[in-house]
Design a protein. Structure first.
Length: 119
């Protein structure tokens, strides 16, 4: 099994920054990539960014490109999401997920961390 624990969420003002962390552990952890997603009330889950584990190749969705960046610390099995210039529409529950090497999908998910941005 794989466990993911997100942290770093909170309530901020528009224009502020937050850095989310996601610590991964588990005997079957063998990540190809780790991704960040979010889901606002009444909306579908939205992909934000992903980073490949071995080479650190990143991809950021156009909707947040230029404001959000993804990075990782392999030594700590941790992935980060740096969020700058936050807007009220960024308010959502943010999730990290792992896609293992032997999978084509994100199979393991964290419990989520709430981010609330007020104007």
């Amino acid at each position: 099994q794989v466990q993911l624990v997100e942290s770093g969420g909170g309530s901020v003002q528009a224009g502020d920054s937050l850095k989310l962390s996601c610590a991964a552990s588990g005997r079957t952890l063998s990540p190809y990539a780790m991704g960040w997603f979010r889901q606002a009330p009444g909306q579908e889950r939205e992909f934000l960014a992903r980073i490949t584990w071995t080479y650190g190749r990143t991809y950021v969705a156009d909707s947040v490109k230029g404001r959000f960046t993804v990075s990782r610390d392999n030594t700590q099995n941790t992935v980060f999401l740096q969020m700058n210039s936050l807007k009220p529409e960024d308010t959502a529950v943010y999730y990290c997920a792992v896609r293992n090497i032997d999978s084509l999908t994100y199979d393991y998910w964290g419990q989520g961390t709430q981010v609330t941005v007020s104007s």
